[in-house]
Write a protein that binds this ligand. Structure first.
Ligand SMILES: [Zn+2]
Length: 80
């Protein structure tokens, strides 16, 4: 297994450029914008994204009921 991780966006080439992107993806401003660090990109938030990514790859439900911080409102009930 290679120590260089795949591009975060396309996962086809090595992510050796800025923000973990490959040489093709880093040239696209809109893609680069998506991966620019933001104030809300805390370690906790990034860990959550990694968990969601792993679940998506495994074909598992992204938001199983036990992971919901708040119960979903009753269908048809409006929140004022
Ligand atoms: Zn890429």
């Amino acid at each position: 297994m290679s120590s260089i991780e795949a591009c975060l966006h396309c996962e086809k080439k090595p992510g050796t450029h800025t923000y973990g992107l490959c040489s093709s993806c880093v040239q696209m401003p809109t893609v680069r914008h998506l991966y620019e660090p933001r104030a809300y990109h805390t370690e906790e938030f990034l860990a959550k994204l990694r968990r969601l990514r792993a679940r998506a790859k495994a074909g598992e439900p992204l938001f199983p009921p036990e992971d919901r911080a708040y119960p979903l409102p009753h269908p048809g009930r409006r929140i004022a």
